[in-house]
Design a protein around this ligand. Sequence first.
Ligand code: DHK
Length: 144
Amino acid sequence: MSKPIFVLNGPNLNRLGTREPHIYGTTNLADIEAMCRAEVPGHAIDFRQTNHEGELVEWVQEAIESACGIVINPAGYSFTSIALLDSLKMFPGPIVEVHISNIHKREAHYHRSYVSPVATAVIAGLGPAGYRAAVRAIAEGVRS
Ligand code: DHK
């Protein structure tokens, strides 16, 4: 049984659908999970969301042994968490960072992600479709 793709979501993404729809749209996280599963039917997906930084770090640590790749929307922790950066540095496989909005078109505090330097790729501004592109890239064997 091949290892799953971990799709990890950070703080406030559990509010997608009603959260600032002019920025994030009206698609909720359950819809995004269904889109990811439909995009790579031959691959196991482990889809999670947390508002807690330590839990996100522990999931990345778990992925070291248990995942073939990581798709991560760290949300607000992208711009604050060196702990998350340090955990991702230990992951041997491909990491695709996803942001629903184009963070570079937004306020300055969204411009510098601590995660991007250790990511294989960064997708920002494609909306929920960014998740589909990310899981497909890992399923098709993008290298870290
Ligand atoms: C989601 C968030 O919660 C923000 O903190 C980021 C990201 C952008 C997104 O676009 O998915 O800035």
